[in-house]
Design a protein around this ligand. Structure first.
Ligand SMILES: [Zn+2]
Length: 253
């Protein structure tokens, strides 16, 4: 297995993940914490947290790519939990690289594109505008399905236990926005989608789904956001022959 200079990897990821297309993302996307100058092993995880940092250090990872980083907005202070987390990274010389919205909607590695693939939904278009970009994808099942069967497939594929608002008649045109993406419901209705699949449940979605006569499937924030970082890991393994490892830390939410 090969190594790569940290700065080269950082520049490659910034371009490949199209970070500059998301200037309004609250997440400070890109390199958040600078670690070792040479990268031997890359870790992939959904959430930046102590559990993941400890596991990364044990596994001799020196560059960690996460979907939810540590820095949202700007740094106002480094104390308490933030101090502990940043210290853990600096002590172990691990770089932290965050990629939030660009990794939800990336056409190849994105959570939403990957979810369509694993659920064998044929991609038709984009939808779900957020901060001026459409971050979701929608597509069609080859055969109309009942909501129960569709949820069974989602649960088996993503190893999750989804819940649903069942106000649509069928499942055929499915729109996907990972994580807390329920507000895409307005765009889902406009697009003619019958079933919206998102991560986190939302009380506010209930009456909207009821009045729009849509199904909304909540498959879990974590469960809908592991595929993007995993796809980035696979791409880096192929392109640079780098060692990679996914660190699983499910929240069940
Ligand atoms: Zn998320």
């Amino acid at each position: 297995m090969k190594t790569i200079p940290r700065a080269k990897l950082e520049t490659f990821l910034n371009n490949e993940l199209k970070l500059s297309e998301f200037p309004k993302d609250e997440s400070a996307n890109g390199l958040q914490v600078e670690g070792a100058g040479t990268v031997n092993k890359i870790g992939l995880a959904v959430d930046a947290c102590d559990y993941v940092f400890e596991a990364a250090a044990e596994k001799h990872i020196d560059f960690l790519i996460v979907h939810h980083g540590l820095i949202w907005g700007g740094i106002r202070s480094i104390h308490g939990i933030m101090k502990k987390r940043i210290k853990a990274l600096l002590d172990a010389d691990i770089s932290l690289y965050a990629c939030h919205l660009p990794l939800d909607c990336h056409p190849d590695y994105g959570n939403n594109a990957q979810l369509l693939n694993v659920l064998t939904i044929k991609r038709i278009g984009e939808f779900g505008e957020y901060h001026g970009k459409r971050i979701g994808y929608w597509g069609s099942l080859t055969k109309e399905s009942s909501l129960k069967d569709f949820m069974g497939k989602v649960d088996r594929t993503l190893n999750t236990r989804s819940t649903a608002l069942s106000f649509g008649k069928k499942v055929r045109k499915v729109g996907i926005v990972s994580g807390g993406g329920w507000s895409a419901i307005y765009d889902a209705e406009k697009t003619g989608i019958d079933t919206l699949l998102v991560g986190e449940p939302s009380h506010s979605a209930y009456t909207l789904a009821q009045e729009m006569k849509l199904n909304v499937v909540f498959a879990g924030h974590y469960a809908t956001e592991t595929l993007g970082v995993k796809a980035v890991g696979e791409m880096l393994k192929k392109r640079y022959a780098l060692k990679t490892e996914f660190i699983d830390h499910p929240t069940g939410l």
